[in-house]
Ligand binder design. Sequence first.
Ligand SMILES: Nc1ncnc2c1ncn2[C@@H]1O[C@H](COP(=O)(O)OP(=O)(O)O)[C@@H](O)[C@H]1O
Ligand SMILES: [Mg+2]
Length: 345
Amino acid sequence: MSKADAMAAKVLPLMPEPTPSEPLVEVRDLRIQLRSRDGARLLNVVNGVSFPLHRGRTLGIVGESGCGKSTTALALMGLLPGSARVAGGQVQFAGENLLAKSEKEMRELRGAKISMIFQDPMVALDPLFTIGDQLAEPLERHLKLSGAALRERQVSLLQAVSIPSPETRLGQYPHQMSGGMLQRVVGAIAIACNPALLIADEPTTALDPTAQAQFLDLLARLRDTYQLALIVVTHDFGVTARLCDDVLVMYAGSVVERGPVREIFDHPRHPYTQALLAAIPQAQEDRQGRLRTIEGQPPDLARLPQGCAFAPRCPNVRPKCHELPPPLREMGDGHVASCWRAGEV
Ligand SMILES: Nc1ncnc2c1ncn2[C@@H]1O[C@H](COP(=O)(O)OP(=O)(O)O)[C@@H](O)[C@H]1O
Ligand SMILES: [Mg+2]
């Protein structure tokens, strides 16, 4: 255990070890519809997402912008917009279906047992309140802390996210800190009440490269110290390589591939996954300013093709792909992919 880990472990007591065979989170066939912006129709924004997640493990949800990653994350938090409805499925958390809970019950879980970190710390934090005030909010609300105990916990939490001079920082306002430091504050607020599940939606997109790397390392450390089940939503496969045990690739609201991170990197079966992997900036290409990207755009959800949603952009397309959507098929070792040609090597 490093010094930082030892310090973090002292700050918050570890939750009891989970039964190893039992996932903390089990999402089954989650379906979410959103009313289109013109109000004319219901779009299938999340289309049958399933995955298990154990404590101490990290799942990456990857895909281009607009493929349903954030909507999936928000459904787990009970924070879907008013224009959305859950059209089917289950979100099992510690043995209970979150989708059956009332808003009042979800308010008790959110920020306590389940927390979320959003992309931009400047939006997540209120510019008019000190760091200390914002850190106090969940501690007062969920843990009923006050006085010296509250103060002690505020300081410990800033230490847990490696913020130097925590006593000074507590009295400062967001504009007095860098983006990287602010995202650490958001991280401290998220773990304030010892959650079991932490969801981070594009947590490093707003940070400079050095702060990005540091924040990913911090997430990994917090996960290991507190045995968090961690979900990281990202459009960047590089982030998953650094942090994740399993990867779920989404395209146009559907899971196209899911499996252990090494399997996905070494043997991607879906052409969309292959294209995303090829688009990871290579150091060489970066220097020459040449970045490979994927040709074309994801489809309009209001006009999904009849067959595979990726067929119009797919380099390996066959006539069958235009006729029927491919089902998710088992590739072995917990690896699944939905491509008519996934079985071919
Ligand atoms: N409030 C909303 N009203 C209507 N459509 C929305 C709303 N929020 C998101 N969408 C649409 O839902 C789809 C999925 O969005 P989102 O889950 O944010 O994707 P991602 O996080 O992968 O970028 C997109 O096509 C987006 O345009
Ligand atoms: Mg998003």
